[in-house]
Design a protein around this ligand. Structure first.
Ligand SMILES: NC(=O)c1ccc[n+]([C@@H]2O[C@H](COP(=O)([O-])OP(=O)(O)OC[C@H]3O[C@@H](n4cnc5c(N)ncnc54)[C@H](OP(=O)(O)O)[C@@H]3O)[C@@H](O)[C@H]2O)c1
Length: 381
């Protein structure tokens, strides 16, 4: 119906446009011709008739002119009215969108992450946010959304951007939990100290909340490396000591060797790699190490897991949110990485997803061992 109506309007308009356009071109010619005819002053060389290819006798009658001009004026007025209406409509839509945005922003920021021993259990990963401007923008968006735990590494080549985003954000340093990592080639005693100082300089911070051994490879030697970490902690340059990609055996060795407690082990974990042994080991009273899950949404692959899709549907959530909520249920901190506001907020909203026992059992039963980060140098290879 609407289509037909607009088709008809369009053909009327076209006819009118046709007549009007002819008249617009013809009227001045007619006037000039009449003027010249009556007063004998038709200027030489004025190509009035030639240009139009018409003789004066073919010029349209004034009645048609008036009618057409009237119709054109009416249409013009209607158009202006329409234009005004659609402008009002656009304004009101923009207002609505703005208010929706405010609502959804406050709905998003209303959540807060649980905290374990001072560490917010929901953090922001920054691996592959290498473009300076993009990294600053993403980290600022994350902080604005509510993230208070930021994970970086000297190897990510973005500590300066992370530091600048922190400095530019409205949140004070002491409200944030910042973690970085020492690369394998810098894990001998002296290099740990210089590497940590350089990270702090790039981050523009006096201390980091958590400094990890990125991989137990390269220059890593439990006693030498961890002694340097302990010294940094004593000097107040780092608040906590972390390790990453440590197996049960390596973690046991680290816990027994270190003069200061090992606070966290950061490993890959998601419903396709559930890390049952490590979780059990970390939870032991004499170990008491936090588990931090990297790649907690399996870099987007969780979207294809049927069990997660089913649970997501039940909770009107996304599989990504379910994966993050499941890790939380297991007492594990997650640090999903995202670039744009949409993903950043979607992930943050996982804090509002409450799984029940049936959901958790369903996800626990996923029997897959799919590791995404699996370099040859990894201790499990
Ligand atoms: N210690 C280690 O050895 C180690 C290893 C790997 C990672 N990490 C740390 O852990 C963090 C997270 O791990 P990760 O980056 O490997 O993987 P991840 O967080 O599981 O996944 C990140 C990927 O998922 C996409 N994504 C984010 N939110 C999404 C959403 N709601 N829906 C669909 N796709 C979404 C991202 O795309 P967009 O970017 O386009 O949003 C990105 O491609 C890293 O950034 C890093 O800080 C540590």
């Amino acid at each position: 119906m609407d289509d037909r109506k607009s088709d008809t309007d369009e053909s009327d308009a076209e006819q009118t446009r046709g007549v009007t356009s002819v008249l617009r071109r013809v009227l001045p010619i007619g006037a000039a011709f009449a003027f010249g005819y009556l007063f004998g002053k038709r200027s030489e060389g004025t190509p009035v008739v030639d240009e139009m290819g018409m003789k004066p006798s073919e010029i349209e009658v004034p009645d048609a002119v008036e009618k057409a001009l009237e119709r054109e004026n009416e249409q013009k007025e209607r158009g202006e009215q329409d234009e005004q209406e659609s402008q009002t409509e656009r304004d009101s839509k923009a207002e609505q969108a703005e208010s929706n945005r405010d609502e959804s922003a406050s709905e998003v920021t209303a959540f807060s992450a649980p905290v374990t021993h001072g560490m917010p259990m929901f953090g922001f990963g920054t691996y592959e946010l290498e473009d300076y401007d993009q990294c600053v923008e993403s980290v600022k968006t994350a902080i604005e959304t509510g993230y208070r735990h930021i994970d970086t590494a000297e190897g990510y080549d973005n500590e300066s951007a992370v530091g600048d985003a922190i400095a530019e954000s409205d949140v004070s340093r002491d409200e944030l939990f910042v973690a970085t990592k020492v690369s394998p080639e810098n894990l001998d005693f002296d290099h740990v100290l210089t590497s940590a100082e350089e990270s702090l300089e790039r981050l523009g911070l006096d201390y980091v909340d958590l400094l990890y051994v990125h991989w137990p490879t390269g220059e890593y030697e439990a006693d030498d490396t961890l002694e340097a970490f302990a010294e940094l902690r004593e000097e107040g340059l780092i608040r906590e000591i972390g390790v990453s990609n440590f197996t049960v055996e390596l973690l046991q060795e680290a816990v027994e060797t270190a003069e200061e407690p090992i606070f966290a082990n950061q490993v890959e974990m998601h419903p396709m790699l559930q890390q049952n042994d490590l979780r059990e080991f970390c939870a032991q009273d004499d170990v008491d190490v936090e588990l931090v899950a990297y790649s907690p949404i399996a870099r987007g692959d969780v979207a294809d897991i049927p069990e997660l899709r089913a649970v997501a549907e039940k909770h009107d959530a996304t599989p990504t949110q379910v994966s993050l909520a499941w890790c939380r249920e297991k007492g594990v901190t997650t640090i999903p990485k995202a670039t744009g506001r949409e993903h950043i907020q979607e992930n943050w909203r996982s804090l509002g997803v409450e799984l029940d026992e049936e959901d958790i059992e369903k996800i626990d039963a996923i029997d897959r061992e799919e590791r995404l980060v699996d370099p040859d140098r990894a201790p499990w290879n």
